[in-house]
Design a protein around this ligand. Sequence first.
Ligand SMILES: [Mg+2]
Length: 207
Amino acid sequence: MCKNIFFDLDGTLIDPRMRLHSLFQELAPESKFSFDEYWKIKRQRINQKKLLTEWFNYPDEKIRKFKRIWMEKVEEPHRLKQDILFGYTKNVLANLSKKYDLYLVTARQFEDRANSQLDDYKIKSFFKKILVTKQKKTKAEMIKNNFSYYSDDIFIGDTGEDVLAGKELGLKTVAVYSGCLSKEILKEYNPDLIVKDVGEFYENSSL
Ligand SMILES: [Mg+2]
């Protein structure tokens, strides 16, 4: 029986796409990508390096600089304010937290900023613990080092890495295509379940 549910943050519980698109435009001013154009490309698992090389001819040195500044800026507090809490998130977390222990596992760099964002959305109290990798550990390592978990527990996220982390731990994996990747790309990682978003997951699950 499922006891613990591990949630990714960006693209799973909140929508960071506006923040990421606007930062891209800022750092690559030659880009004329609209929000939709940018995400249509990104959702095909085109990473930054490939995008900057193939669309804008960036040399390696310029890509390294882009990446460094990206990491410096991407979690600036005023940018995080562009994120949007998905409409179903609060309700789903409130309901699930009555029966299960919920954990948030995010690859954000700044623990304090992630926490204050969750506070702003009033969803922090639904989680038993907030795990922030600070880009120093993998999500699987964070969970392994901190908790007991069971093979019926669930890991929900919007990326291939999330599915692989869940599989590494032997958990049930749920992929949502409300974030970074398309349904077709997520299928390649073979999660136990693929759903549009966390709202649909909750409605259709027997949890
Ligand atoms: Mg994510």
